[in-house]
Ligand binder design. Structure first.
Ligand SMILES: Cc1cc2nc3c(=O)[nH]c(=O)nc-3n(C[C@H](O)[C@H](O)[C@H](O)COP(=O)(O)OP(=O)(O)OC[C@H]3O[C@@H](n4cnc5c(N)ncnc54)[C@H](O)[C@@H]3O)c2cc1C
Length: 380
């Protein structure tokens, strides 16, 4: 974090009360800072409410596994103090391989996880069948990662804000921010909040409040079913998901099903760039459900209760922006978490709080620093 800045307790304004802003505000309040949180809506009302809530260790890159594994540990550490409405369940992830080519990826992934101390078990075709009897026959196998969990983050965000209040902080909801620097946050009603630091945790809205950062909304659809307890046991994801998540253009769908503690199933997932409308896209929805039925035929007989869409805040290099804006060192960014922000909110919050306090961070901050975008090819 910047040098020659205020030391000790600071006035910090956190803009955005999604899971990233709420976790960051909580960590700062617990460090003794005087925190004000501002959100135009309700806690966790945007991407945080739309997401699947899968707390997952992902291995696309070294920095990604570092942040996801660190964050998962932080979620695990606070498991006992999460509100019941946060519906945490350690169901594990089962990455499903359709053919031999995807089995090669299973082995690569297993080695990558093992080398980093993440528990993972390779399953052959019959092991996969035993683990998830509803999957169609003839699949090649899979990788079980037992430590992954699922949560429902909006009530967790609300509980984090309650901690901020208990520490003497303020939470201003229904207040849109129209402009911000590291020392001034201007609200729509004309109020100006003065501070030592400000945090931009506005997800997809972050680029509208800060110059020089490129955040693109990436639309997703999810379906929730009626209650079918025991229908699936793990978060199930086809390995083809990785191809779909990596594509940086066009639309893609992948088989991705999650059991909820209520017995309901969440069925995903889709990814679309260049779609600003929150309307359900029936062409994508039917492709997504057809993919789910291809892997798990009995899904066709379940009843769906609701479908919704949400937007992931995507950066060009698929890593979040965490840390000071190079042109305004007191303006801290905590955005661009794309499809992993529920997981990585915890690590983000700790990285920001530790750097502000001058403590060593548990993982290196450098890969996530906004300077890589502002000073690199994406600067404007
Ligand atoms: C379909 C889908 C599935 C997903 N699945 C998962 C998953 O399984 N696991 C996972 O880890 N992640 C998942 N994600 C990603 C995850 O939901 C997001 O990365 C995460 O919720 C981002 O949190 P956030 O706090 O940054 O953003 P948000 O939750 O969007 O919060 C931003 C807040 O800022 C406020 N705001 C914006 N602009 C302003 C302004 N000008 N003034 C005041 N307030 C403002 C908004 O009201 C909002 O409350 C998924 C996302 C989608 C869409």
């Amino acid at each position: 974090m910047p040098t020659s800045m205020p030391t000790g307790a600071c006035d910090v304004v956190v803009v955005g009360a999604g899971i990233v802003g709420a976790a960051t505000a909580e960590a700062l309040a617990l460090d003794g800072h005087r925190v004000t949180v501002v959100d135009r809506g309700t806690p966790g009302g945007e991407a945080t409410a739309a997401g699947m809530g899968h707390v997952v260790v992902m291995d696309d890159s070294g920095p990604q596994i570092a942040l996801t594994a660190y964050s998962q540990k932080l979620w695990d550490d606070r498991a006992d103090s999460l509100p019941a409405a946060g519906e945490r369940m350690v169901c594990g992830t089962l990455w499903v391989a359709a053919d031999d080519e995807e089995m090669t990826e299973v082995h690569r992934k297993a080695n990558f996880y093992h080398a980093r101390g993440v528990d993972a078990e390779v399953l052959n075709s019959s092991g996969l069948c035993k683990a998830e009897p509803q999957l169609r026959g003839g699949l090649a196998g899979g990788l079980r990662v037992p430590g992954d969990s699922v949560i429902y983050p909006p009530p967790i965000a609300a509980a984090m804000l309650e901690t901020v209040r208990q520490r003497g902080g303020k939470v201003l909801l229904g207040s849109a921010v129209t402009a911000m620097t590291g020392q001034e946050v201007r609200l729509q009603d004309g109020t100006v909040l003065h501070c030592d630091y400000a945090v931009n945790a506005t997800g997809c809205g972050a680029g509208l409040l800060c110059s020089g950062i490129e955040i693109r909304p990436r639309k997703g659809h999810l379906v929730i079913t009626d209650r079918y307890p025991g229908f699936v046991r793990h978060q199930l994801i086809e390995l083809g998901y990785l191809k779909s998540a990596h594509s940086s253009t066009g639309s893609s769908v992948a088989f991705n099903v999650q059991p909820r503690p209520t017995g309901q199933l969440l069925i995903g997932s889709s990814r679309q760039f260049g779609e600003d409308s929150a309307e359900v896209d029936f062409e994508i929805l039917s492709r997504m459900l057809a993919r789910a039925v291809e892997y798990m035929p009995a899904i066709a007989s379940l009843s769906a209760l609701r479908v919704w869409t949400g937007f992931r805040a995507a950066t060009p290099d698929k890593l979040p922006l965490i840390g000071p804006h190079p042109e305004d060192p007191r303006l801290l960014l905590a955005t661009g978490h794309e499809g992993l922000g529920i997981t990585t909110s915890m690590g983000t919050a700790r990285l920001i709080a530790d750097s502000l306090a001058g403590r060593p961070t548990a993982i290196p901050l450098e890969p996530y620093l906004p300077s890589r975008m502002l000073m690199g090819a994406h600067a404007h």
